[in-house]
Design a protein around this ligand. Structure first.
Ligand code: COA
Length: 159
């Protein structure tokens, strides 16, 4: 029988499992779009310390199927961060479910405009959810390579 998918708030002791989920997703989904140097930058950015801090200071959601971590996303202030769905579970509506959870919490907190940094990989996903491009940024990474991403925003509407 298929395991039930559950969404819950992350605890600090989930950090290692979350990091594994994020690193595996980056390795699988980013290599054909970003350079290895950019991939390494992303993985370093999502280090254990940053994950633990975000769990403690933000609203960090996890989707689980049994013991398996299949998705995550965090709200920090008005920003959605670290939204990842494990490759085998992508395109099944889980990313949307996580984003709706974060938007709902943001509304509860009085946030009216959500913002996020979208990788080239996730850009079309956020467009599909109603986010608009505000700016494009380029970060220089090692060996003269660049990492390109977009700042996106969405006006939250009362339901
Ligand atoms: C981007 C990501 C979070 C999307 O999660 P997902 O569970 O695959 O997305 P969903 O199935 O919930 O898709 C929701 C909607 O976005 C659309 N969508 C999802 N990925 C898309 C893509 N790459 N291109 C175009 N549309 C896309 C879907 O068609 C769907 O539209 P619908 O509601 O009209 O049917 C996930 O694919 C992922 O983790 N990717 C790699 C990591 C990443 O880039 N994370 C973001 C860090 S900024």
């Amino acid at each position: 029988m298929a395991e039930e998918i559950i969404m819950r708030i992350a605890k600090p002791q989930d950090a290692d499992y979350l990091r594994k989920l994020v690193n595996e997703t980056i390795d699988t989904c980013y290599f054909h779009i970003y350079s290895q140097e950019a991939v390494d930058y992303f993985k370093d950015y999502h280090n254990r310390t940053n994950i633990v801090n975000d769990i403690l200071e933000g609203h960090c959601l996890i989707l689980t199927s049994g013991k398996e971590f299949i998705g995550t996303g965090t709200l920090l202030g008005s920003s959605a961060r670290r939204v990842f769905v494990k490759p085998a579970y992508q395109n099944m509506g889980f990313g949307k479910k996580i984003m709706h959870g974060l938007e709902e919490k943001a509304m509860e907190n009085g946030v009216r405009i959500m913002d996020l940094d979208a990788s080239l990989v996730a850009y079309s996903f956020y467009r599909a959810l109603g986010y608009e491009t505000q700016a494009e940024y380029v970060i220089p990474v090692k060996n003269g390579q660049n990492l390109r991403y977009y700042k996106m925003i969405k006006k939250l509407e009362d339901k």
